[in-house]
Design a protein around this ligand. Structure first.
Ligand code: SF4
Length: 223
């Protein structure tokens, strides 16, 4: 909850009307609930894609390489009940990425974002019009970020989905109460967006206990 009185006037005045409206709405909602509504505003006019914002990134030690990974590879606590395979992270994969100095972008967990931590029937929730609406909002943010990195000349090494998931599966998913070949809902929609936006980013699936396959793929990709 943003406390309006804690903001300096200068800060407040310099904010966009959208942000001010969001704060006002949040304060009004606080009357009814102590949990603030998140602001899902997406920059409608976009500040990416403008030549004057294109910068020279060679003046510091950054690697210039990023990879997008499924949320639960960094945070198993987002998994559906009884589905965490590790206490916290995909350690071998993350060790590898750290050694290779690749920046890690943790994608939002689509299941948590659309249907919550205590979710039950994932596909029903995600495929519901309300779930799909939230999913598209998430994809808007993700595609915006990908485009911005590419526009600024960074290398987007790939997108790592989580095989076996009803949302993030790339070649294996959970469907009709069993694991089978196929895509998760999030990956299916993401791929559609990548094609529509003409973004050629490889999307691969990483299974919990086959992280070595992903490491091998990254090794080839980074040659
Ligand atoms: S929806 Fe994706 S990120 Fe979220 S827990 Fe499932 S596999 Fe992980």
């Amino acid at each position: 909850m943003i406390n309006k009185s804690s903001l300096s006037r200068r800060h407040f005045v310099s904010m966009s009307p959208f942000a001010v409206a969001a704060i006002n709405a949040g304060n009004a909602a606080a009357e009814e609930s102590s949990i603030p509504s998140p602001d899902y505003t997406i920059p409608e006019n976009g500040f990416h894609g403008r030549d004057e914002n294109k910068r020279d990134w060679s003046g510091d030690p950054r690697s210039g390489k990023v990879v997008f990974i499924a949320h639960c590879m960094l945070n198993q606590n987002a998994r559906i009940v009884r589905a965490a395979d590790f206490p916290a992270m995909f350690d071998p994969l993350l060790d590898y990425l750290q050694n290779k100095q690749i920046g890690v972008i943790q994608m939002v967990c689509p299941e948590l974002y659309c249907i919550g931590l205590g979710r039950r029937d994932v596909r029903v929730g995600l495929e519901h019009p309300a779930g799909m609406k939230r999913l598209q909002r998430l994809l808007d943010d993700l595609v915006f970020t990908i485009r911005e990195y590419l526009f600024q000349g960074f290398e987007v090494v790939g997108i790592l989905g989580k095989d076996g998931s009803p949302a993030c599966g790339v070649i294996r998913t959970w469907l009709e109460d069993r694991h089978q070949d196929g895509q998760g809902v999030f990956i299916r929609e993401l791929k559609k967006r990548l094609i529509a936006e003409k973004l050629e980013i490889p999307v691969i699936g990483v299974a919990d206990h086959k992280q070595d396959d992903a490491i091998q793929w990254l090794e080839e990709r980074l040659k």
